[in-house]
Design a protein around this ligand. Structure first.
Ligand code: ZN
Ligand code: ZN
Length: 927
């Protein structure tokens, strides 16, 4: 693709006296004020002339430069907007925001939606992994994370904001504001394309450094043909880091971008320095360092050193260490941004990329002998960048836990995998084979062994490697976009589409009143087991909610609705039985109980999404959901299987939300307004269509873009019971649950399953059963205005949770100690009410028993125990137990009560504390 001169000949450049020239090195055209200039002013056609010689009137910090950029465009009528997340949940085709324009694709740039402001300016954090192997090596040309200053204008038909002239003028004025003379600036002609769009662009070069790109997005590319877009978008990207670097003229960009991080990072990772004189000279030629393909890193380095007239020999080791130090700063910052937005490292999608970066960081630090500093470094980055990007601070603990878990697993993988790798490579050598790119990708994807490790081991064993040095970049590139999913086509769709041709969109009565199940409507088409009406209460399958069923009554009889689907807004009822005649008015009746049960499950799903985010952490995002009549399931991102404590807590919190009777509000919002009010967690269910979004808002708990039918108040959900949980993929757990009467049914069937188990007394079973029944009936009967009932209700839930924990043996272990049953659990709960209820459970047993609960608080272990009457009758006294416990170690603090004891101890493990406790019982029983 190429554009001729007319696309670049802008009034502003011509008026100012710019002339068009051709670069003698790369052959590209450019515009300059200097008629004698014969290069495009971009490295590597020229060296980085700004190093040691910044063209600006002063040097800027990153913060200052960002403010200068935003301030400048704000003064010129651009509305500053808050940056978007780096994970674009509003679209399905991309995993990371790689440019500011991504914020407005696809709906704004295609003309379907208004932008949040016009023109606007944003400093958008972006993540690009295509150069992951080059970070550090190139001293600042490549970073995986950077801020793109975007000044955007959207020219809708008949509403022109500004186009090429003004765009170039603004850029020129901004450079002038920084003190850069116009004679220094070169506008180099280029072609931009991406995301199916294209247009001419100018690369803006100053003293060798490309600091901005001015794109005039004006075409859609279909099969290589250019078609004019209705909306012409000014898409400018000003590299905030690059401008900062330019204004400092330092040999590396890292030292200015991370100026405030480096002192502390050096304390953690060690100090890395290279002779300044060497760096100043070598840095000027760093754009020549372009490893990849057949060019090795050492060749690329040598090339730059040669041009700079310096010798690498004496400094190579120090230089490598410095490059790695810088790379680790960049990787850890990227990880902090990605994970703070609710991404769990995994084998799929954005989780895959997060994992790749974490592993890369770990390996990079390993070369510096600092792999045990991963968490400290992350913490440093979270705190530093969190000053400006609050989400990093808010997610800090969550991110650190995820990284900790991931790093431990990776260390194990390496430990186990390295030996296997050695064996494999020895065999390969014996066969005279070589390590290929494919082998490396396979070893990484299947065994988690990173390419640099494979290369290192192969080198040690003398095995040939036939792969470029940037295999990690190849791996990353393969995972940057969503692979085209083969969506299975419904065989009925063809028939349905033929039937609905030319029909208007169906009026969706289920949105006007979600409780309405009876309606009248006119038949627009009926044939082949399908009926289309002008309006309907039948909900078509969508957003994980199953279709309604019911009956259509008409002049000739009736037909059963067995499935409902929507095709481009026209709703098709698939029916069994006699078909109505087109044109007649029929009566529709949705299966009421079934629909209401589905609604409870859908609202319960939203309650649970809000719950898992609070219980498991902000990384817990919906990965999938299905809401049916008797069951629902919710898949969420989480790094490890759920523990019984997690489940108990999720149930408790979810049922508290039910009890709080929060209103469930459904409203249509302007999309930007919705994003501003509720944030990007709106898109839990995936990207939303263009235009207005329907927001289901459980007040103060959870808000989502959702097309489903919902209860008007959380109390209508009744009761939420988790049926099972399962890790269904790396980084994804599935929660199956039931709500309302379906939950009660589940509890009852579970109880009858347990019948016949000798050790469980009939009485206990009856109790659970009547309890669940009572709970449900009381919910049905309760007076929503009575606060006392409300408290009682919440307490009943704790009791139910504790009973569930006890009856279904959700605790760690139980064992017989000299005729006393010791029931033990390690709990995370800090909920005193719940703990009390758990301790209470011991009294339901008919033989001597003790419940022991241990929890860790900061660096100490707290323990609580309660004895039942039968145990006390064996003359096991809490006071004597306490005495034995305090004799165990000097630092045990313990006090006894009538029926139990509580205490705490430091510097020991749960297992040791447990043994000490059972030993105490043993010795009391044996005396
Ligand atoms: Zn050139
Ligand atoms: Zn929903």
């Amino acid at each position: 693709m190429e554009f001729d001169e007319s696309h670049y000949r802008t009034g502003y450049l011509v008026e100012r006296g710019f002339v068009r020239r051709r670069c003698r090195v790369c052959g590209k055209h450019f515009w300059t004020l200097d008629p004698n200039r014969d290069t495009c002013n971009e490295a590597p056609c020229v060296p980085y002339d700004f190093i040691g010689r910044p063209p600006t009137s002063r040097s800027y910090s990153l913060d200052d430069m960002r403010d200068a950029f935003i301030g400048f465009f704000e003064e010129r009528g651009h509305a500053p907007i808050a940056p978007y997340p780096v994970v674009p949940r509003w679209r399905r085709d991309l995993f990371l925001v790689s440019a500011s324009i991504v914020d407005f694709q696809p709906h704004v740039t295609s003309g379907l939606m208004e932008p949040p402001a016009n023109p606007l300016v944003v400093s958008q954090p972006c993540i690009r992994l295509v150069d992951v192997d080059k970070v550090g090596l190139t001293l600042g040309r490549h970073m995986t994370v950077f801020e793109m200053g975007g000044a955007h204008a959207f020219n809708f038909p008949g509403r022109e904001v500004y186009w090429k002239d003004r765009t170039v003028e603004l850029c020129s004025e901004f450079l002038e504001r920084l003190g850069v003379k116009e004679e220094e600036v070169v506008y180099k002609e280029g072609v931009w394309s991406g995301g199916g769009n294209a247009g001419p662009c100018f690369e803006v070069n100053v003293r060798g450094l490309e600091v901005a790109t001015l794109v005039f997005m004006s075409y859609r590319v279909t099969d290589g043909e250019l078609e004019e877009l209705p909306v012409r978008t000014v898409d400018t990207g000003y590299g905030i880091e690059r401008f900062t670097w330019l204004s400092n003229g330092t040999p590396t960009a890292f030292e200015v971008v991370y100026a405030d991080v480096i002192p502390k990072a050096s304390e953690l990772l060690g100090r890395y320095e290279v002779d300044r004189e060497f760096l100043m000279r070598y840095g000027r030629y760093s754009a020549w360092i372009q490893p990849g393909g057949t060019v090795t890193v050492s060749e690329a380095r040598r090339r730059a050193a040669e041009l700079a007239g310096v010798s690498l020999e004496d400094v190579l080791e120090e230089l490598q260490a410095l490059e790695r130090f810088y790379a680790s700063l960049d990787y850890s910052k990227s990880i902090a941004f990605i994970l703070s937005e609710g991404v769990v490292p995994s084998n799929a999608k954005v989780g895959y990329l997060a994992r790749l970066l974490i592993r890369r960081l770990y390996r990079t630090l390993a070369y510096l002998n600092a792999q045990d500093r991963v968490l400290d470094l992350l913490d440093l980055q979270l705190r530093h960048w969190g000053r400006r990007f609050r989400q990093l601070l808010e997610a800090r603990e969550d991110v650190l836990e995820l990284v900790d878990y991931e790093v431990r697993r990776f260390a194990e993988t390496l430990e186990k995998g390295t030996q296997q790798l050695e064996r494999m490579l020895r065999e390969l050598k014996a066969r005279g084979g070589a390590v290929t790119t494919e082998t490396m990708i396979k070893l990484y994807d299947e065994r988690g062994l990173p390419p640099d490790l494979v290369r290192e081991v192969a080198g040690r064993l003398g095995v040939k490697v036939e792969a470029p040095e940037n295999v990690q970049e190849i791996v990353a590139a393969m995972h940057l976009t969503e692979s085209q999913r083969q969506e299975q086509q419904d065989p009925r769709e063809g028939r349905a589409r033929a039937l609905i041709k030319g029909l208007p969109a169906t009026e969706r009565l289920y949105y006007q009143d979600q409780y309405r199940t009876e309606f009248e409507a006119r038949v627009l088409a009926a044939a082949d087991g399908m009926v289309v009406l002008d309006a309907t209460c039948f909900y078509p399958e969508g957003g994980g909610q199953v279709a309604d069923t019911g009956t259509i009554y008409h002049s000739r009889g009736e037909c059963k609705v067995v499935d409902v689907q929507s095709y481009d807004g026209v709703i098709v009822h698939f029916v069994d039985g006699l078909l109505p005649s087109p044109g007649e008015v029929v009566r529709g009746s949705v299966d009421r109980e079934r629909r209401f049960s589905i609604m409870r499950h859908h609202t319960a799903t939203h309650i649970l999404i809000g719950t898992v985010r609070r219980v498991l952490g902000r990384h817990a995002w919906q990965m999938g959901a299905r809401k049916e009549e008797r069951r629902a399931r919710l898949d969420v991102s989480h790094h490890k299987p759920l523990t019984p404590e997690d489940v108990a807590k999720i149930e408790r919190v979810a049922n508290e939300v039910v009890a709080k009777r929060l209103p469930v509000e459904v409203r249509w919002y302007d999309r930007h307004e919705a994003e501003r009010l509720f944030g990007f967690t709106l898109y839990q269910g995936g990207e939303a269509p263009a235009g207005q979004v329907r927001v289901v808002n459980i007040q103060g708990w959870d808000a989502e873009a959702c097309g489903g039918t919902h209860c008007a108040n959380t109390s209508e959900v009744g009761f939420i019971k988790v049926i099972g949980t399962e890790k269904i993929a790396d980084g994804v757990v599935r929660i199956e649950f039931a709500a309302g009467p379906a939950a009660l049914e589940y509890v009852q069937s579970k109880i009858s399953e347990l019948e016949g188990r000798a050790e469980r007394s009939e009485k206990a079973e009856r109790e659970i059963s009547t309890f669940a029944e009572k709970l449900f009936r009381s919910m049905e009967a309760e007076d929503p205005t009575d606060p006392a009932r409300h408290l009682e209700y919440v307490r009943a839930h704790y009791s139910a949770a504790a009973r569930y924990w006890f009856s279904f043996r959700k605790y760690q272990k139980e064992e017989d100690v000299e005729g006393v049953r010791v029931i033990f659990d390690f709990t995370r709960s800090r909920n005193e009410l719940l703990i009390e209820e758990m301790l209470q459970q011991v009294s339901t047993l008919q033989f001597p028993a003790v419940v022991l609960l241990i929890r860790s608080v900061d660096d100490r272990l707290e323990f609580r125990a309660s004895l039942n009457r039968q145990a006390l009758n064996l003359s096991l006294s809490p006071a004597e137990l306490a005495q034995r416990m305090s004799g165990w170690r000097g630092d045990v603090r313990v006090e006894a009560s009538e029926r139990g004891l509580r205490g705490e101890v430091t510097g020991t493990k749960v297992g040791e504390l447990y043994s000490a406790f059972t030993d105490a019982i043993r010795s009391l029983r044996r005396r």
